[in-house]
Each structure stands twice: as structure tokens, then as C-alpha cells.
Design a protein around this ligand. Structure first.
Ligand code: XMP
Ligand code: MG
Length: 177
């Protein structure tokens, strides 16, 4: 068991298991995109470790860039607005594959996808390392998925609790007190 800030977390998935799964995803993507040069767009901060591991296992030429999203409340009537920050590369006519750490409600990815599609990529796919099916609030198609997990808060392998835990090589789940 580990402690981050005030909370305790228990081991959930070992690094070896996570990386075996990422290898499988990379093999599948390499097959599906044979003869192409996709542009990977990794969503910061959480996906940095997943992105690094996946890229090392690809057997096709590929580019990677990083995107940060900021969400803020515009007005009470329009709800949350999400802005894509840091995307310099042209997405037009590219085979885009978005890399995300985890799809929870799916609301963040729904907005990211909408904004990327507006830039006219030739194709769009989503690869997510983790997914909490029970938390989903909008239909999101995950083309490449690592693990379906329970609807509980997790840290490690890039995911954080208030800034801590991203560097842990295994995945941990919040311990219920
Ligand atoms: P939605 O709900 O829009 O959110 O799919 C996706 C983002 O929420 C964060 N998230 C988590 N971060 N442990 C974390 O450290 C979790 O269990 C967790 N669930 C969601 C994450 O940043 C993701 O990009
Ligand atoms: Mg995140």
C-alpha cells in the first residue's frame, strides 16, 4: 500500500501487465496503419508514460505531438468550454490517433474529438490506456483500449492524485476507508 497526500492506494495492475497490453495495442496499430505515417496526439499530462511506451513498440513511421486542454466555465448557460492548447502541427489530411490515459465520463474526449475533426484530418482514431465503462456519460468510440477498470479513482503510470503518483510504474486504486 502507498500514501499520496492524505490518501491510501492499493496495487491494482502491475507494470509488466500494463506494458504487455501496450505492446499488443502497438502491434495492432502498426498493422492497421501499415504504409501510413500517422500523427499521434498525446493529451498531457496523464498520457506521457503511455505515449512513450506505445511509440517505442510501433513498427511503422509515426509522428507525435502533445496537446494540453484547459476547461473553464464560460457562462452558466453555455457550460464548460474546452480549449486545445499547444497544437502547432497541421492536422489537415493527416491520419490522427489521439492518445489518452483514461476515458472516464468521456466528456473531455467528446470535445477534443469535435475540435480535432473541425481541422479536417483524413482519419481519426482514439487509443486509451484505461476506461471506466460505468462512468461513461456520452457515447465514445475507443478504437484501441488497454484495460476496462472499475469506476474507482486510480493513480500511477502517468495518472495523478493532486500532482503526485504519475511516476509510479504500477497502477494503484484508492483504498476505501
Ligand atoms: P472524462 O470524465 O472527461 O475525464 O472522461 C477524463 C480525464 O479525467 C481524469 N481522470 C482521472 N485521473 N485518476 C486520475 O488520476 C482517475 O481515476 C481518473 N479518472 C479520470 C484524467 O485526467 C482524464 O484525462
Ligand atoms: Mg488527465
Amino acid at each position: 500500500m502507498i500514501k499520496l497526500h492524505d490518501k491510501h492506494f492499493e496495487p491494482m495492475l502491475k507494470n509488466e501487465l500494463i506494458e504487455t497490453e501496450i505492446q499488443r495495442m502497438a502491434t495492432q496499430i502498426s498493422q492497421d496503419y501499415a504504409g501510413k505515417t500517422p500523427l499521434f496526439i498525446a493529451i498531457l499530462n496523464g498520457s506521457f508514460m503511455f505515449a512513450a511506451q506505445l511509440m517505442k513498440s510501433l513498427t511503422i513511421p509515426a509522428e507525435i505531438t502533445f496537446l494540453r486542454v484547459s476547461s473553464y466555465q464560460a457562462t452558466s448557460s453555455t457550460g464548460k468550454v474546452l480549449e486545445l492548447l499547444g497544437l502547432q502541427e497541421s492536422v489537415e489530411n493527416r491520419e490522427v490517433i489521439v492518445l489518452e490515459d483514461i476515458i472516464d465520463t468521456g466528456l473531455t474526449m467528446e470535445k477534443i474529438k469535435e475540435q480535432l475533426l473541425a481541422k479536417n484530418p483524413s482519419s481519426f482514431a482514439l487509443a486509451s490506456l484505461f476506461h471506466k465503462p460505468e462512468a461513461l456519460k456520452t457515447p465514445i468510440e475507443i478504437d484501441y483500449l488497454g484495460f476496462k477498470i472499475e469506476n474507482k479513482f486510480v493513480v500511477g503510470y502517468g495518472l495523478d492524485y493532486d500532482g503526485l503518483g504519475r511516476n509510479l510504474s504500477d497502477l494503484y486504486v484508492l483504498k476505501e476507508e
